[in-house]
Design a protein around this ligand. Structure first.
Ligand code: CTP
Length: 397
């Protein structure tokens, strides 16, 4: 995701400095080349060696180290950065940046960079609400600096309140978003994900192996690219992606009601959910007891949500998924035509590295009026990017 991206991670002196280790790990895991700058007081909390080992790059601590470096360190780092993240950022470092004070490696490099700067403050609640701090933040925001606001919690100083560094995951997500072109801005995209559950009685249900990973990857990727995202999700064990509106549902009928009520807001609907085709004719109000040797469960068809969307007079761009175990292309082509879709993503779910409950996928993308595209094995995040690229180039309004 962040391959070929160079990120400077600036660490200032706060107790939350240890959380920068996790931020560094998330950035490097995503493929970024991370260069750490630590202030003198940050080094009181955590040793540079930790960051040097994890980033595989020297940690910068001194403004003038002309013997070790052939280039002028702060200028060359500033020039090569795609993004500058400061986490944790103390009130003092934010005050310096807001007022043009460049007296150490970190503040000098921030001032010299033309890359976006993302600041994650951490401080005592009274410092955070102090008008001096507030003015500094306001000034920086006006100048285009990005902020990940601190959260409420019990602070190391003993106070309760706002000032706790945001989660490493949230800061990472904001960093990815700052590095992502907002080519879906202004669009609302609805994504359905996960399985549905059709209840037999209060303790049993019919469902399928869908984990929701593909739908969640699509929702996350669309939100990073600037779309407003409505994620309609069946029951899954996944954290909701940052910045999406999550609507949790259980049954196919519930999913149908939400989708049909919200479709008018959308430029595109991507139906990655594995919707149950049938539900029990009757749901027993009490637990069904075992009696005879055999039990017949009578099922009735659920409405096909995607086909209903396809039949709308005014419909958004429609993307379906086809989960198949055989004749992938022909089954998917039939679904594309019969459900009146613009695009369908066909998966062979019988393969162990694609389809349900795995991190990877391979797919055929079929379109109403352009040639088929074959996507080789890739992560679900990468496939999400490819699918969204195709939706965009197909002329999403
Ligand atoms: N779908 C839907 N409502 C249903 C069933 C399916 O909206 N009641 C959508 C799925 O979200 C998916 C597409 O239709 O985008 C295809 O789903 P799939 O399960 O592959 O196929 P079905 O149409 O159910 O046909 P079959 O089960 O016979 O393969």
């Amino acid at each position: 995701m962040l391959h070929n991206k160079r990120v400077i991670l600036g660490i200032t002196g706060g107790i939350a400095a240890y959380k920068a280790v996790e931020i560094l790990r998330l950035l490097t895991k995503a493929g970024a080349d991370v260069h750490v700058i630590m202030t003198r007081s940050a080094q009181e909390f955590i040793a540079p060696l930790t960051f040097q080992t994890l980033s595989a790059n020297p940690v910068h601590t001194e403004l003038f180290n002309l013997i070790a470096e052939r280039e002028i360190g702060h200028i060359s780092l500033a020039d090569k950065a795609d993004l500058f993240v400061i986490a944790p950022a103390t009130a003092s470092s934010i005050g310096k940046i807001a007022n043009g004070i460049a007296d150490d490696m970190l503040t000098t490099t921030v001032m010299a960079t033309r890359a976006p700067v993302l600041i994650a403050p951490a401080m005592n609640v009274n410092m955070f609400t102090n008008p001096i701090y507030r003015n500094n933040e306001k000034k920086l925001r006006r100048l285009g600096y990005l902020f990940v606001p601190p959260v409420k919690g019990s602070l190391a100083c003993g106070w309760e309140g706002e000032g706790k560094l945001a989660d490493p995951e949230t800061i990472f997500e904001a960093a990815v978003s700052a590095l992502t072109i907002k080519d879906l801005a202004g669009r609302t995209i609805m994504v359905t994900a996960g399985p549905t559950r059709e209840e037999i009685d209060p303790v049993r249900y019919i469902s399928n192996h869908s984990s929701g990973k593909m739908g969640y990857a699509l929702a996350r990727s669309a939100a990073r690219r600037g779309a407003r995202v409505i994620l309609v999700s069946g029951p899954v064990n996944l954290p909701p992606p940052h910045g999406v509106e999550l609507v949790g549902v259980t049954s196919a009928e519930e999913m149908r009601r939400v989708v049909m009520a919200r479709v008018g807001e959308c430029s595109a609907v991507i139906k990655a959910a594995a919707v149950a085709d049938y539900r029990p004719v009757e749901r027993s109000g009490s637990k069904v007891k075992k009696q005879a040797r055999e039990l017949t469960l009578q099922l009735t068809r659920n409405a096909d949500i995607l086909a209903e969307l396809g039949a709308l007079e005014q419909r958004p761009f429609l993307v379906g998924f086809a989960a198949e175990t055989d004749n992938l292309e022909s089954h998917a082509t039939t679904k594309l035509r019969e459900k009146n879709l613009d695009m369908i993503v066909a998966n062979d779910v019988s393969q162990s590295d694609a389809g349900f409950n795995v991190e990877t996928n391979r797919a055929l993308l079929l379109f109403r009026d352009s040639p088929m595209v074959e996507c080789p094995l890739m992560s679900k995040g990468e496939l999400a990017t490819v699918i969204l690229d195709h939706i965009l180039s197909a002329g999403l309004s």
